[in-house]
Write a protein that binds this ligand. Structure first.
Ligand code: ADP
Length: 485
């Protein structure tokens, strides 16, 4: 891997703690595996809970000084960090693909997408406006200011090793918080490379730490029980989110939770079918189906069901599966064996319950963590795929008759992250976008993520928003000041 990099020093195996690159006690490390080849690409410092406490101390010591800088000064540092990420996008993408598996072009897209949050929130640092409120009495003056919450910590998954962290650290630093990030143990290298560039950009010592560790629950406990941490931002499963919220309750800790999804993707009779197929491919198969906003259930109205199924199948058969580092790959491997078993289990369950495979449904000749993308017709609400998040390249097609029926089915889930639909009738578009109980809705598009818009869910998909002018609010406290004159 280092020989593929222009800057081999971006491949870091030490953790970044309080501005120092450190090893773990007794040199403890864990292996990072390339999911396409199964080989070890790095051995990264495996920090203990006590190390994480040291990172929090360093963040606590540095935070006030960082917050005391003007928004413009913080913006300058973030701008340099953004520029460095763009300059080194190829290396960051190579590292990302090597540890996560997604195709290089997609990895590069993620790096630039992650960087865009750093650019955006750097700009927002200058616009952390308060309010003045007309006084309720002639001699009272009321103002509202926004202040950084203090030390913020994050726990993130492996599916977007760069962007998940960028979306959190950028608003935190912009607001004047210090930040301790714990990346997923499968994908720590992207986070460490970002930290390297943050250091070069001039992020002061202690303001950012990246604590790599296999002890997820120990780190989670430290973040929740250490009173110096004032905010926890988590992206991951609803199950783990629930656990962290319980742990955070004792100290009434401020939390943002970006949790699981079960996105419906609805194709109405009046849809532009080619556009819907293209959108379904993007939404379902991006990152090989391993995103929380991936279409999970595809509902197609009876009049276009067969034709949509035919066109989607043809498009899926064109997707090339392979090593993400090889040019021309559309779908990489899944992240780990467990993920392969889960997706295969969902397909088997659907077949048992009467599903019909249109393409795929069997292992890929490459073996290992590679799967053939699968399209299945005659999906029913009884199947596991109807209720749970697949997180893999499996597209089940449900048939529906009318709008009311499909809205009821689409909303019949504990989740409420993203939903998509394709239709052309204007009144229907407006009715459906308002009726879907989701934090985000894509209308005639399968791609909705951007740094300028608020990303987040409702129901058990969590709370808090990342991106847009709202994204920085999660890292600030509102203070109301009443002045008697
Ligand atoms: P997934 O692994 O499916 O992405 P998880 O919610 O299990 O979803 O994991 C998301 C992140 O949360 C990962 O970095 C994982 O290591 C971490 N994690 C898992 N369990 C805990 C826990 N008990 N406390 C803190 N972090 C956890």
């Amino acid at each position: 891997l280092p020989s593929r990099l222009k800057r081999p020093d971006l491949l870091c195996e030490r953790a970044f703690l309080g501005g120092e690159w450190v090893e773990a006690e007794r040199g403890r490390t864990f292996e990072v595996i390339n999911p396409a080849r199964g080989d070890v690409i790095a051995r990264v410092a495996d920090l203990s809970r006590a190390d994480v406490a040291r990172a929090i101390d360093a963040a606590h010591a540095a935070q006030k000084g960082w917050a005391a800088k003007s928004g413009k000064e913080r913006a300058r540092v973030l701008r340099r960090w953004f520029d460095l990420m763009v300059e080194h996008a190829d290396d960051l993408a190579t590292i990302l693909t090597a540890e996560q598996g997604k195709p290089l072009a997609e990895a590069r897209g993620e790096v630039l997408y992650g960087a865009s949050y750093i650019e955006w929130f750097g700009e927002e640092a200058k616009r952390l406006y308060g309010e003045t409120i007309p006084g309720h009495l002639p001699d009272k003056r009321l103002t509202v200011i926004r202040q950084p919450v203090g030390v913020a910590a994050s726990i993130t998954p492996w599916n977007f090793p760069n962007a998940m962290i960028a979306r959190k650290v950028a608003p935190a630093l912009a607001a004047g918080c210090a930040f301790v990030a714990r990346p997923a143990a499968q994908t720590p290298l992207s986070a460490l490379a970002m930290a390297k560039l943050a250091e070069e950009a001039g992020v002061p010592k202690g303001v950012l730490s990246v604590v790599t560790s296999t002890d997820a629950s120990g780190v989670g406990l430290e973040f929740c029980e250490n009173p110096k941490v004032r905010k926890l931002s988590f992206t991951g499963s609803t199950e783990t989110g629930r656990l962290l919220l319980r742990q955070a309750a004792d100290q009434i800790k401020k939390c943002s939770m970006e949790l699981g999804g079960n996105a419906p993707f609805i194709v109405f009779d009046d849809a532009d079918l080619d556009a819907a197929v293209q959108g379904a491919i993007l939404s379902k198969f991006r990152n090989n189906g391993q995103t929380c906003v991936c279409a999970n259930r595809i509902y197609v109205q009876a009049g276009v069901y067969d034709e949509f199924a035919r066109r989607l199948t043809a498009a899926v058969e064109k997707l090339r599966v392979g090593d993400g580092l090889e040019p021309g790959t559309d779908l990489g491997p899944l992240i780990e064996d467990r993920a392969v078993e889960k997706v295969c289990g969902f397909v088997a369950d659907a077949l048992e319950k009467g599903g019909r495979v249109l393409t795929g449904g069997d292992p890929h000749p490459l073996g290992g963590r590679f799967l053939r993308p699968t399209v299945l017709a005659d999906a029913t609400p009884q199947m596991r795929v109807a209720r749970e998040e697949t997180f893999g390249p499996f597209a089940p097609l449900f048939r529906f008759a009318d709008e009311a029926e499909v809205i009821a089915q689409a909303n019949d889930t504990i989740f409420g992250l993203a939903a998509y639909f394709y239709a052309r009738d204007l009144s229907r578009v407006i009715r459906v976008q308002e009726a879907l109980e989701y934090g985000m809705v894509g209308v005639n598009t399968g791609l909705i993520s951007t740094e300028v818009a608020p990303f987040g869910g409702v129901k058990q998909s969590g709370f808090g928003r990342e991106g847009s002018r709202h994204g920085i609010e999660d890292y600030t406290e509102m203070k109301y000041i009443c002045t008697q004159i």
